[in-house]
Design a binder for this molecule. Sequence first.
Ligand code: HPA
Ligand code: ZN
Length: 341
Amino acid sequence: MTDTDTFITGLPKAELHLHIEGSLEPEQMFEFARRNRVSIPFATVEDVRAAYQFSNLQDFLDIYYAGADVLRTEEDFRDLAIAYFDRAAADGVVHAEIFFDPQTHTHRGVPFGVVANGLLAGMADAEARHGLTSKLILSFLRHLDEEDAFKTLTQAQPWLDRIEAVGLDSSELGHPPSKFARVFAAAAAMGLKRVAHAGEEGPPAYVHEALDLLGIDRLDHGNRSLEDPALVARLARSGMTLTVCPLSNVKLCNVASIDLHPIDTMLRKGLRATINSDDPAYFGGYVADNFRAVAGGRGLRRDDLVTLARNSFLGAFLPDAAIEAHLERLDVYVDADKGAI
Ligand code: HPA
Ligand SMILES: [Zn+2]
C-alpha cells in the first residue's frame, strides 16, 4: 500500500462545491490588478494572506467580493479557471462542477457573457489538457432580492445549454431559501438542476425549505442538518448528496477544529457526504488538502476515503454510464493500491 498522502492525491474524485472566484490566489490577484490597472488595498501577497482571518461567513464574504474586483476580462476568467483546473487535476480531480456568481460581476459592469465565455474557455482547456470534465453552476447571491436573481436568469438565456444547475450562496442567515422559491421554480421549468447552500450557518429549517421549496438535487454544506434527527433520516433515505467543505467549516468557525469535524458522523448516519474545497485560495487548501485534513483530524480509514470519493461521483450531475465508468476506474485504483508494496 502507498502512504496515505499519495493515496489521497491519486484517488480519482469529483469536486462538487467550488466557487471559482474563491480560487483566486493572492499572486493572481496582483497579476490581474496589474494588467487591468486596478488598485488593491494590499502591498504584498503576505499582506493579503494575513487578512484571511475570519470569524464567520460574512467576514469572509466581504473580502471575497472585494478580491473579485480585479476580474475584468474574458481572459481573466479563463486564466482563473485554468489555474483552478490545473491545481485540481494535480489533486486527482477528474470531474468538477463549479459555481460562479454572475451578480458579483454584472453589478460591477462586467457583462454576463464575459464571465461565462471566459469560464467556458477554461473548461475546454481543462478537458483538452487533462481530460478533466466540468460543468457550470450559476449561483444566485441570496443577500440580493429575487427580482435580481430573475434578471440574472434572463441574462443567462443564451448560455443555458452550457449551464447545468442554479445554486444559492452568500450570506445565509436572514436570507432563507423561501426567498427564492419562484426563481428556482423558473429554473426547474428551464430544465436546470438545483442546488443550494443550506445549514452552513443557517438552522435545519433552512435545509427543510431548500428541499421542500427549492426542490434541490444536492445540498451544499448541510452540516447543521445533524441537529435534526428526522432531517438526517430524510436526507439519508433520499440519497441526498451533501457537499461538505471541512477546511472552510473550520476557517469560518462553524466547526471549532478539524479534529471535531462531523464528517465521519455524517457517513455513519448514512449521509452521502462528499469532500470539497469551497474557496481554496481563502481557506487554506484544495480538495486533497481537505481529504488529508479529515483523514488526519478524524482518523478516517482508507475505506472511508474511498466512500467519500465514490460519493462524489454518485452525486455528480453526469449520465449513469459516465458515473459507472468513474466508479470502475476508482475500483481499479483501489485494487492496484492494495497490490502495491
Ligand atoms: O461557503 C460559502 N457560503 C456562502 N457563500 C459563499 N460564497 C462563496 N463561498 C461561500
Ligand atoms: Zn460554498
